[in-house]
Design a protein around this ligand. Structure first.
Ligand code: SF4
Length: 481
């Protein structure tokens, strides 16, 4: 984990040099950004009892308020959830970290004599490296989300997007992979490829003893887990095997079904531009006598892994996240380098904040800087997480803890000292502009930035206009009068 998240700069350099990845990312950006924009502008709804006739901005306020209400009394809602889920026949386990997630899952598997597990997408199982632990224990894990399945047969590649885990691959790459791994003639149409994957997965659905899913939301009032998918695999994973294990973070609680309905107006529109996802399942307890299907045993593993420490902190707003992926779809940095550059489970702006908070500031030194602070992420976040502000705070913490290079800290210290002295600042700005124009040597770009050559290692630096901002502004005002 440390070695991966530490090397954003190196990994993003590799991503920039990968022309195929850049083309794949271009397609992804156009798709997700356009779909969200259309869904938001078309939004018209009758609202809910608590949020009547909201426009999309009012809906975002309502979503943020629901999440804040939960986080304020998280322990109370979690206890209520445990009580209600237990009443409906489920068992609730608590996991402090990834190791405890694996221990719980392996203990449940041993108890029920499980040799094969089918999984629908669960970012927590990525946090815990659960597939590695299952395989080491002689249990076969099979990913059933199409994107996760592609990554698994590619040799357990990590996901590069929280909604579309194999977003970095194009159709041709997937077609070659299927032909190689399935030993069948190469298909080039998406329906034919998905049919082939479905045929392979059907065998696993019918023969696995345990299903593992994540959970988009836990509903405290009913002790239920809500799953939102577009492929239907989540429904198979949660109903066909005799054992269903839900692994999810403790922050995923919402108080009531009404609150869940409000958040569901935000989630699909922000994620994929859909009014509603293809499959929305609310699973409660175990199979009853009157039920046609469902698990005989249901377990919830509710995971901390760094979340509890954020409650009440200046980073608590990050726990509002409903994992829609809108921030990464709109982030110019993610759009350019993709998800693998971020080095851990969560990419994009939410990932740069979460990875720093969950794995430690010192283990993700580059990530809070993997942003332009343009705040496009904050503008589209359905629960109004001020991502750019959180990234800025993380940078501040890094500097306070002297985690940044001494040269950077010294430069910032000098800048802060000069900035507090207006006359000196004006003089320094004037000298700076002259120096840059001298470097440009009559061109409108600078090839090598003298004192900071790293800036121009991969691109040119635009030469400044003649004069400082103050001088240009003054001239403009004079021209007007
Ligand atoms: S931070 Fe906001 S925009 Fe990003 S994934 Fe979470 S909810 Fe979505």
């Amino acid at each position: 984990m440390r070695s991966q998240a530490m090397f954003f700069q190196r990994r993003s350099g590799e991503a920039l040099a990968d022309a195929r990845l850049r083309r794949n990312l271009d397609g992804l950006r156009d798709k997700f950004v356009g779909m969200r924009a259309r869904a938001v502008s078309a939004y018209a709804d009758h609202g809910t009892a608590t949020v009547p006739n909201p426009d999309f901005e009012a809906l975002r306020d309502a979503g943020a308020a629901i999440r804040d209400r939960v986080l304020k009394d998280l322990d109370v809602w979690l206890e209520l959830f445990e009580h209600k889920a237990t009443q409906r026949g489920a068992r609730v386990h608590w996991a402090k970290d990834g190791r405890e997630i694996c221990e719980h899952v392996l203990a449940i598997a041993r108890q029920h004599g499980i040799t094969k597990v089918i999984k629908s997408k669960s970012m927590l199982s990525e946090e815990a490296q659960l597939n590695v632990a299952l395989t080491a224990a002689g249990i076969e894990p099979v990913e059933t989300d199409l994107g996760e399945y592609i990554l698994q047969i590619s040799g357990n590649e990590p996901p590069s997007h929280i909604l579309a885990p194999a977003a970095h691959k194009n159709l041709d790459e997937v077609a070659d992979l299927f032909a190689e791994k399935h030993g069948k003639p190469k298909k080039t149409e998406i329906p034919a490829l998905t049919r082939e994957a479905r045929e392979v997965l059907r065998e696993h659905f019918l023969s696995a003893g345990m299903g593992i899913s994540g959970g988009n939301f836990l509903i405290a009032d009913t002790g239920s887990v809500a799953l939102v998918t577009n492929e239907g695999n989540g429904r198979m994973v949660t109903t066909l095997p005799k054992v269903h294990v839900v692994i999810t973070g403790i922050e995923k609680i919402v108080p009531t079904l009404e609150d869940f309905a409000t958040l569901m107006r935000l989630l699909p529109r922000s994620a994929t531009g859909q009014e509603i996802s293809n499959y929305v399942s609310v699973c409660t307890g175990t199979k009853g006598e009157a039920d046609a299907d469902g698990p005989e045993h249901t377990y919830f593993i509710l995971v901390d892994n760094g979340r509890a420490g954020l409650v009440g902190s200046e980073f608590q707003e990050m726990l509002r996240c409903i994992r829609c992926g809108a921030c990464m779809n709109h982030c110019p940095v993610y759009q350019t380098v993709g998800g693998h550059a971020y080095g851990w489970v969560y990419p994009g702006p939410m990932g740069s904040v979460l990875t720093s908070l969950y794995t430690g500031l010192e283990n993700a030194l580059d990530l809070p800087h993997a942003a332009t602070l343009c705040n496009q992420c904050g503008v589209v976040c359905p629960v109004r997480i001020p991502l750019a502000e959180l990234q800025r705070k993380l940078r501040e913490k890094q500097t306070e803890r002297r985690l940044r290079p001494w040269t950077e800290r010294a430069a910032l210290g000098i800048w802060a000292w000069v900035a507090q002295r207006p006359a000196l600042y004006a003089l320094a700005a004037k000298l700076g502009v002259r120096y840059l124009r001298w470097l440009a040597d009559g061109q409108n770009y600078i090839k090598v930035l003298g004192l900071a050559p790293g800036w121009t290692a991969g691109r040119d630096f635009p030469a400044p206009q003649e004069g400082t901002f103050r001088e240009l502004y003054k001239r403009r005002q004079e021209n007007r009068t």
